[in-house]
Each structure stands twice: as structure tokens, then as C-alpha cells.
Design a binder for this molecule. Structure first.
Ligand code: PA5
Length: 473
């Protein structure tokens, strides 16, 4: 499908970050922006220089995967024809992108639709190892009518490999030799155990390029295969991402939405002590974008060492919210609580459907005023009202608006946040693409469960101070 770049361009409005709106005590001044201009320039140039290299392979995904995309589309067509359920087994970056895209593009009650309306398999993502959740999944799917997509970059994550072992065992019991036809793997071509298993068992396999980390992987087969199976226009998704990359080719911060967003966040964090980044989409379809962003922002920027090896403790804690739902829980805090956060509102110009609020309460004017309006008018008014309230209270916020939620605008949004993260990492002078804190937890789990080679880690864990009963009530 073709999308008009002019009509479908997403917009970033940062008025409410600025002192011109918030006042000098709370807002970013023109001088603040001038003061970071050189740092932003350096970040821009570093991102250009590193593009496609090392762990920045994800910058090449939007335009460079024609053969892979064709293979994915052909495989997805077959899956859509042959199976009733499609289940992703994975966690973190191997799960959050597929969930976000599914929620954004497909019907909000997709799995509950009749098959004729759904026109694709039911979809589940098992991004945990809660045994109740696994049991619940097994209650609603039929393994012999299911394709399982096992996704793990490292090919060794305990959670994903556990999910795989459970499912593989069931498939083998039910289907014997045919079990392998029900598993598609997405993993590194060169590293880890899943590639070995894939080769041994003969699974259809898609590859995660070496330079693409988990949280930057939605635009490679990790996200593209599940999306294509769901009938999502993956070429449109990639075209949107490419469009955003082109916008980000501009070295002028005022013309480059990701660079400006990164600079504003950098100033907010380092000069104004905004340690929290709230993301609040005003669209249920974008709810899980906030989850995907939370991983991207937290895991990329939460670091304790600079690129030149100096100690630091940087990052912003992401908080997920949903408009208008969280107006009735968290917004009180955002408005009157501490000046410690930046709120990113995400709105849409046109909802894909609308509902007119009917009459029926003419005798009660305080209810009747709603009648005749549409629900989209109401949700947009509430977004505007919340933006107004937090701005009036002096709280930094900015708004990203999608003309409509579709593959092209979603692709732009994902790329906007990935580019912003890369720039912000450079501005903070940290490695945004590693995750030693996550690895530490993974290694501790291996040690606790007796994996060979982790004996020293086990000793380290065993010698940690024992819990004292006086602190347990
Ligand atoms: O962003 C990351 O690298 C991590 O959050 C991973 O996505 C997560 O730990 C899962 O790793 P893997 O895909 O190797 O199973």
C-alpha cells in the first residue's frame, strides 16, 4: 500500500517543554538549547558515523531487507493458510515489539472476532514464565493447529528456552516427527543454542542480524514475521521507518524530530532533574507502544559507566500510562506532585472509527451536554485538557501526533524513538546498546538453576549476606 508522506507525517510539538510556555523556573530556555547545540551536533555525527556498524545494524533495516521481506511474506501466507493459532515464545525485545505492533494495527478484540472477520490465526505472545500463564495458553490453543515462533537473539535466554522446551515436548507427544513443522525460529545465525537446535531439528529459521539488539529488533524478522502473519503491511511499516530516518538525516536540530527530542530530554534530565519519563498515549491501540518504549529507554540509557570508562549513574525511569484511563489514577500526581518528570503525550488526529454519543438524558443538562458529540471529540478534549492542566502546573510535557494509526505512522513512531535513544545515548556519553544489568540477572539465574560454567557465580550468590528474620514481618 502507498502512503502520502505529506498527509501521514507524524508531528512532534514541544511547546510545553519551553520556558516561553512554562516560565523560566520550569521550562527549557533558548539558551539551554544553545548550550547543548554542540553536544547535539556531536551526537548527530556519531550516530551517522556508527550507522550500520557494531550494534547500530538496526539503522539499515528499513531499507535493506528485500529478500528477507519476501521470505517473510511467503512464509506468513502459508502460516495464515495452515494454522489457527500463532504463538510467539520470547521475552523482552523479542516480545514487546510484536505485542506493540499487533495492538496498534489489528482490531482491539482481534482474538475474539469470528474467523471470517479475523482472517488470520489467533495471536498470543508468551513473554513470561509464569506457570499459570503457560497453562492458560495451553487451555485456549490446540498445539496441532498452532505455529510457535521461538524468538531469541542470544539463543540462550532461560525464559524463552523454557517455553520452547515445554512446547516442543507437547508437540512431539502429539505430532511425533511432524512437530518440527510447527516451530519457526528467529535467532542469531552465528551465536547461541537455538540456531544449533534449529539446524538439528530442521526448523524454518529467520535470522536476527548481529548488529540488531533485542529492543531495536522490531523491524527485523523478530517483529516482521508475527506482523506479516497477522496481515500487517510490513512494507508500509518499513517505509514509515525509512521516512523517519530521512527526516533524521537533517543535522539541524530544529528540523530533526529525534535529535530535538533527545536534546530536550537530555536537558530535562541533566539540568532540570527530570528522572522520570511518562508516556501517555491517548489511544488504546498505542497502549503497548509505551511498554515497548519503556524497555528501549530504560535498558538503553540506564547505565553506570561512560564510554570512556568513568563511573556515572544515568537514565530516566519510564512510566507507562494510558489516556484517558490514567487521568483517573496517575494524573493527580503528574499535576500536583514533584517536578521530576517529562510527560510524552501521544495523540491521533483521526481515530479509525467513531461513535456518536446518543441522547437519552435530556432532562439532566449535566449529562445531556455529552450527547451529539463523538467519542473521538471527547477523548481529544480530555487529552487537550490534561495537557493544559499539567502545563498550567509547570510540568514539562510534549505531544507526538499521528494523523492516523497505520503501518506507515507506526513505522515512523518506532524509528523516532530508536533514533532519539541513539542520540540521547551519545549525548549522555554512554553505550546505549549494551545491557550488562540484564546480563547480570540472566547469569544469576543460570547459576541458581545449576547451569554448567556458572559455578563461580553460584558461589558469589551463596556468599551474599543472608536475609535477617528481624527484617521480615
Ligand atoms: O534488549 C535486549 O537485548 C534484551 O531485553 C533482550 O531482548 C531480552 O533479554 C531477550 O533476549 P533474547 O532475545 O536474547 O532472548
Amino acid at each position: 500500500m502507498r502512503y502520502s508522506r505529506k498527509e501521514m507525517k507524524i508531528r512532534v510539538d514541544y511547546n510545553n517543554m519551553m520556558s516561553a510556555v512554562l516560565g523560566r523556573a520550569h521550562g527549557i530556555t533558548a539558551t539551554d538549547l544553545e548550550n547543548v547545540a554542540e553536544r547535539a551536533d556531536r551526537a548527530f555525527n556519531a550516530v551517522v558515523a556508527k550507522s550500520g556498524i557494531g550494534m547500530m545494524g538496526w539503522t539499515k533495516l528499513a531499507a535493506g531487507q528485500d529478500d528477507v521481506v519476501e521470505d517473510i511474506i511467503a512464509t506468513a501466507k502459508q502460516v495464515r493458510r495452515d494454522c489457527e493459532y500463532f504463538v510467539v515464545l520470547g521475552i523482552g525485545g523479542s516480545a514487546l515489539g510484536p505485542i506493540a505492533a499487533f495492538r496498534a494495527i489489528k482490531h482491539l478484540h482481534y482474538n475474539d472476532l469470528k474467523k471470517s472477520k479475523r482472517r488470520g490465526p489467533k495471536f498470543y505472545v508468551e513473554d513470561n514464565v509464569d506457570p499459570e500463564r503457560m497453562a492458560a495458553l495451553l487451555d485456549v490453543i490446540e498445539p496441532e493447529k498452532t505455529i510457535f515462533n521461538v524468538i531469541t537473539k542470544s539463543g540462550s535466554t532461560s525464559e524463552t528456552m523454557t517455553q520452547y522446551l515445554v512446547i516442543n515436548d507437547i508437540l512431539k507427544k502429539v505430532l511425533g516427527d511432524k512437530a518440527k513443522d510447527h516451530i519457526i525460529t528467529t535467532t542469531s545465525r552465528t551465536k547461541g543454542n537455538l540456531i544449533k537446535l534449529s539446524q538439528k531439528e530442521g526448523y524454518k529459521t529467520f535470522y536476527i542480524p548481529d548488529g540488531v539488539g533485542g529492543r531495536f529488533s522490531e523491524l527485523c524478522p523478530v517483529g516482521l514475521l508475527p506482523a506479516a502473519v497477522l496481515g500487517i503491511d510490513i512494507r508500509g511499516l518499513l517505509a514509515g521507518a525509512k521516512f523517519m530516518q530521512e527526516l533524521c538525516d537533517n543535522p539541524n536540530m530544529k528540523r530533526n524530530p529525534a535529535l530535538m527530542s533527545a536534546a530536550l530530554m537530555y536537558i530535562a534530565m541533566t539540568k532540570y532533574g527530570k528522572n522520570i519519563s511518562v508516556m501517555m498515549p491517548y489511544a488504546d491501540s498505542l497502549q503497548y507502544i509505551a511498554d515497548w518504549y519503556a524497555q528501549l529507554w530504560a535498558e538503553s540509557l540506564g547505565k553506570n559507566k561512560t564510554l570512556d570508562g568513568k563511573a556515572c549513574n544515568v537514565g530516566q525511569t519510564p512510566v507507562k500510562a494510558l489516556g484517558v484511563t490514567d487521568q483517573h489514577s496517575q494524573v493527580q500526581l503528574y499535576t500536583e506532585g514533584p517536578f521530576d518528570k517529562v510527560i510524552t503525550f501521544i495523540g491521533v488526529d483521526s481515530y479509525r472509527t467513531d461513535v456518536t454519543i446518543p441522547g437519552g438524558c435530556e432532562e439532566i443538562p449535566d449529562v445531556n451536554f455529552l450527547s451529539g458529540h463523538t467519542m473521538s471529540e471527547l477523548i481529544k478534549a480530555e487529552q487537550k485538557a490534561t495537557e493544559y492542566a499539567v502545563t498550567k502546573a509547570g510540568k514539562m510535557n510534549y505531544t507526538i501526533t499521528l494523523p492516523v494509526v497505520n503501518e506507515f505512522t507506526l513505522g515512523q513512531l518506532l524509528m523516532l524513538f530508536m533514533m532519539e535513544t541513539a542520540y540521547c545515548g551519545e549525548m549522555l556519553n554512554i553505550d546505549a546498546f549494551n545491557q550488562p544489568g540484564v546480563e547480570e540477572g540472566k547469569n544469576a539465574t543460570y547459576a541458581l538453576l545449576g547451569r554448567g560454567g556458572y559455578e563461580e557465580k553460584k558461589q558469589e550468590l551463596d556468599s551474599a549476606p543472608a536475609k535477617q528474620s528481624k527484617y521480615i514481618i
